[in-house]
Write a protein that binds this ligand. Structure first.
Ligand code: GAL
Length: 371
């Protein structure tokens, strides 16, 4: 504040005691202004950040860093999506760096347009629930809603570091955003279960999809009405696939999955059937033009039923095993119908969730997704 001293001395009007008093008043006033500006800025900063995120292009950019409405990289890997009361909730593995290494975290985001996602906290923050040991694994959380109990039930893959435990675990909450209370772990239908997927049919019934290595294939199983247990096997598909996803589109069911290559991408394949029980067609690659599904692994097929169009979105993970927190997402509408499904080359795209109309910007096709 030297300039104030200079200013007043330069006038030569005020003698020293007065000058000192005025100087103190001005200094105090300036401090108040500075404090006011600081607090005002702190108060509006989140809104400014949110606005900055909102004002990003209204396009989903497959493979790019995807920010939530507060400007943080979305952490919802191996995720699932629940649509409830006109809101989509995206749950996934939160791999943020620096979290407690003994715990595992599930993050939740909500959206009304599928493009802007608001962080709703970590509804599950779990310490090793079954004394599995260091390096225990919580993967691919999925949340189902039970209309009979009005409870939200989270399923996730629970395992040890060698993936030998092969169980699912459940946690329960009365609100979608949690907190979820751990319930138990078990093997669905008494079978080994690793990657899990979720599917809700048009009639509201819910299904768990799980890969079971000893049987060399994967299961689609219906959940009980309270969603707390796996009630009955609906289908066994005789191909070792994980990252399993199912969608009911028009008069057919489509199933999608990836081969068992760990974090590395491979040609994901699909099949279709007139009913969940089959008969299922021969599996074919969903992205025949490329051997690695554009670097992504299937996770979910989300159906958006608008008043003009029904869109089906491939939601996959582009894993980065050395920096799991920087794994990306490949969300892209698929071309689907008459028993065929094709994942087009990734390009920025957008959706109007009211009409269901999807707009892809093929001119900006993403040639190579880089991490
Ligand atoms: C993948 C699986 C992931 C994770 C990974 C570990 O095949 O889809 O969820 O389990 O293996 O290697």
């Amino acid at each position: 504040m030297a300039w104030i001293d200079v200013c007043f001395s330069a006038t030569g009007v005020l003698d020293f005691p007065i000058l000192f008093g005025v100087h103190t008043v001005i200094m105090n006033t300036l401090r108040w202004i500075r404090a006011f500006l600081f607090f005002a800025l702190a108060a509006i900063a989140p809104a400014l950040c949110a606005q900055a995120a909102q004002s990003q292009p209204e396009f989903i950019q497959p493979g790019a860093v995807w920010l939530d409405t507060q400007g943080h990289q979305i952490q919802a890997h191996g995720g699932g999506v629940l649509y409830h009361d006109h809101v989509w909730y995206w749950f996934g593995e939160d791999r943020t760096q620096g979290l407690d290494p003994d715990k595992r975290y599930v993050a939740c985001y909500s959206s009304r347009d599928l493009i802007h996602w608001t962080f709703r906290g970590r509804p599950l923050q779990l310490a090793d629930p079954d004394r599995i040991g260091s390096g225990w694994v919580l993967e691919r959380p999925k949340v189902f809603y039970s209309r009979s109990t009005r409870q939200f039930v989270m399923y996730f893959h629970l395992d040890d570091s060698a993936y030998k435990v092969a169980r699912v675990a459940t946690a329960i909450s009365s609100t979608p955003t949690g907190p979820y209370r751990y319930v138990r772990s078990f093997r669905p239908l008494g079978l080994e279960s690793r990657d899990i997927g979720q599917f809700e049919d048009d009639d509201g019934s819910d299904y768990l999809i799980f890969e079971s290595r000893p049987s060399g294939g994967f299961y689609i199983a219906e959940l009980s009405s309270d969603r707390l247990s796996v009630a009955r096997q609906v289908a066994f598909l005789d191909l070792a696939l994980e990252g399993g996803a199912v969608v009911h589109y028009r008069d057919l069911y489509y199933v999608l999955g990836s081969h068992l290559t760990g974090w590395n991408p491979n040609p994901n394949v699909y099949s279709s059937a007139p009913s969940l029980t089959g008969p299922w067609t021969q599996f074919l690659p969903v992205a025949p033009a490329v051997p690695d599904t554009y670097g992504a692994q299937s996770g979910l097929l989300l159906k958006i039923t608008g008043d003009r169009n029904t869109a089906v979105i491939f939601m996959g993970d582009i894993w980065n095993p050395s920096k799991l927190w920087d794994s990306r997402y490949l969300w892209m509408p698929v071309q689907v119908g008459e028993g065929k499904m094709a994942l087009p080359p990734p390009a920025p795209w957008t959706i109007d969730v009211t009409t269901g109309v999807v707009t892809v910007n093929p001119k900006e096709q993403i040639a190579k997704i880089t991490k």
